[in-house]
Design a protein around this ligand. Structure first.
Ligand SMILES: [Zn+2]
Length: 254
């Protein structure tokens, strides 16, 4: 039976701390590696075009610093497959709830401002008619204030429910989740399990390509492609190979 080299990049959705669950030290360098586009899934929040761009960008990072081509994207290469399961689903749900929460909070703030206005008008009315006994007008104003208070109460309840759901999802989330993997064995493949942005996808693919060409060890320098905890990638971060990445590459490929 052939041994399977499986190097996993793990990511937690909130802290997005990555960690490979297994490290395998094999002295080898396998360039060029042929990579192809496998199963795409739009639920990861990137377009198919961005998927292709990200793969080319990730490949160019290694190709730019190696003599010749390290990664060749071709029709019959090792496929990159998007595998949609509870990891990406949970991250998507948390993002959607976050947006809903903001939406409800905005609505509640507007209602609170409106209530303040109604309450102020009512207070002024009551003040003006302080000497008067209860009459129809006074009753109408008081009713308006009461209705506003009830509506705000309902809105607050909705927001509290969203927060409760967010907390529940957060509690259910594992500390570390596998974001991607490169598998070598009977079936060679690159798999994408969890990304939050295009930048994450570029970083993840560059990382797995690194494993594919033979860089099997992680490096300790933050912002390196082969760093274990490279997520989430900031929108403005320039993804590039660091000196530590190059050293890891030269260690395998000379
Ligand atoms: Zn890794």
């Amino acid at each position: 039976m052939r041994g399977i080299t499986r190097v996993i990049l793990a990511v937690a959705a909130a802290t997005l701390v990555t960690a490979c669950s297994k490290k395998v030290s094999v002295e080898r360098c396998e360039i060029p590696v042929h990579i192809s586009f496998g199963q795409f899934d739009h639920r990861f929040g990137v377009t198919e075009e961005e998927f292709h761009q990200a793969a080319h960008k990730a490949a160019s990072l290694w190709n730019d610093v190696t003599r010749g081509e390290a990664i060749i994207i071709s029709a019959d290469g090792i496929p990159i497959n998007f595998v949609y399961d509870e990891r990406q689903a949970r991250a998507n749900a948390l993002n959607t709830l976050d947006e809903l929460k903001t939406h409800y909070q905005d609505a509640l703030d507007s209602l609170k401002a409106a209530f303040k206005h109604v309450k102020g008008t009512a207070d002024a009315f009551i003040e003006q008619h302080n000497a008067m006994r209860y009459n129809e007008d006074f009753g109408e104003v008081q009713t308006l204030v009461d209705i506003s208070r009830v509506i705000i109460g309902h809105q607050q309840e909705l927001i509290d429910n969203e927060y409760a759901l967010l907390r529940f999802l957060d509690d259910e989330k594992p500390d570390n989740e596998v974001a991607g993997s490169f598998t070598r064995g009977e079936e060679n493949k690159v798999e994408v399990f969890l990304i939050q942005s295009y930048q994450d996808l570029v970083m993840l693919l560059a990382h797995e390509f690194g494993h594919a060409i033979g860089v099997l060890e992680h490096v300790d320098t933050p912002k390196s492609v082969m760093y274990e905890t490279g997520y989430p990638v900031e929108p403005e971060q320039v993804i590039k190979l660091t000196e530590a990445d190059l050293e890891a590459y030269r260690h395998q490929c000379g």
